[in-house]
Design a protein around this ligand. Structure first.
Ligand code: G3H
Ligand code: 13P
Ligand code: NA
Ligand code: ZN
Length: 316
């Protein structure tokens, strides 16, 4: 069945790699994640947002995740699979996920005043740990949109707070803000310029205060330019889309960052391949054809992440 993230994080921190957390909302994404992770022998976190729960129906998603575990086993793979709530916004949402069989939840109180974040996170931890469900908390606010929480500019995590937060709440992992943001437009960059580097100095300060404690990186898509170019070539409009370089992610994965969240890159791969397919074959109307092309590309993308960026391949 599903496992929580505790042992996976312990091994990832000591091994200097990161567990991939891929968001899913539909069948093809889930098939691709399982296929790619089974074929690369990578542990995986299947991640469901509040938006995913309302899009696909929460009961459907939960049974899909259970089906995904069976699918992996039938492929002959014993990879550990976590079902995780992404950006839980309240105690009730977390409780509902725990009751329905999630093995891990995030409570995102990062937009709250510090003491309120502590109190809410602690409440979720006390409930979750009764069921051996692991909990991710967050300190610092990412730029862009965190589900319903909108932040104009990122507020970096204050390293002075992390030790107190971790000990008061009892969380199993901590998401921090070091310059990433959600979505496909992470930085405003002028033509020919590189995006600014992540704040590895803040990460190092955090690690110093909570040595070996599992740290999570949100907003970690690379915004693969090949996909952006395909999208723009075939009628899309995504000029200026830019993400976190693979070098920066490799460096993060080698640190105490042990969970790297990826959603946007998958969305880009799917959109690029569907646009390309339909542009080249305008008469096609069987969704299996263009969704099949998208799924194939997703498998390729996820294998690449596991093997060449996060280092999770072969760790299962
Ligand atoms: O953090 C946001 C994730 O990419 C999930 O996005 O809320 O649109 O499902 P969503
Ligand atoms: P991206 O938008 O960079 O893929 O980030 C996803 C994420 O952090 C989900 O929680
Ligand atoms: Na790591
Ligand atoms: Zn996130």
């Amino acid at each position: 069945g599903l496992v929580n993230s505790r042992e996976l994080f312990r091994q990832a921190v000591s091994g200097g790699y990161a567990i991939p957390a891929y968001n899913f909302n539909n069948l093809e994404q889930l098939q691709a994640i399982i296929t790619a992770c089974a074929e690369t022998s990578s542990p995986v976190i299947l991640q469901v947002s509040k938006g995913a729960r309302s899009y696909a129906n929460e009961t459907m998603l939960r049974f899909m995740a259970m089906g995904a575990v069976r699918m992996a086993r039938e492929m002959g793979s014993e990879i550990p699979i976590v079902l995780h709530l992404d950006h839980g916004d309240s105690f009730e949402t977390c409780k509902s996920c725990i009751e329905s069989g999630f093995s891990s939840v995030m409570i995102d109180g990062s937009h709250l005043p510090y003491e309120e974040n502590v109190a809410l996170t602690r409440k979720v931890v006390e409930y979750a740990h009764q069921y051996d469900v692991t909990v991710e908390g967050e300190l610092g606010v990412l730029a862009g949109i965190e589900d319903d929480v909108v932040a104009e500019h990122s507020t970096y995590t204050q390293p002075e707070e992390v030790e107190d937060f971790v000990s008061k709440t009892g969380v199993d992992s901590l998401a921090i803000s070091i310059g990433t943001s959600h979505g496909a437009f992470k930085f405003k960059v002028k033509e020919g310029e590189e995006p600014p580097p992540l704040r590895f100095d803040i990460l190092a300060e955090c690690e110093k205060r909570i040595p070996g404690f599992p740290i999570v990186l949100h907003g970690a898509s690379s915004v693969v330019q090949e996909y952006v170019e395909l999208i723009n070539k075939y009628g899309g409009k995504m000029e200026g889309a830019v993400g976190v370089s693979e070098d920066q992610l490799r460096r993060a994965a080698a640190s105490a960052v042990c969970k790297i969240n990826i959603d946007s890159d998958g969305r880009l791969a799917v959109t690029a391949k569907i646009r390309e397919y339909l542009a080249n074959d305008p008469g096609e109307f069987d969704p299996r054809k263009y969704l099949g092309a998208a799924r194939k590309e997703l498998i390729k993308l996820i294998k690449h992440k596991n093997e060449a960026v996060l280092g999770s391949a072969g760790r299962a």
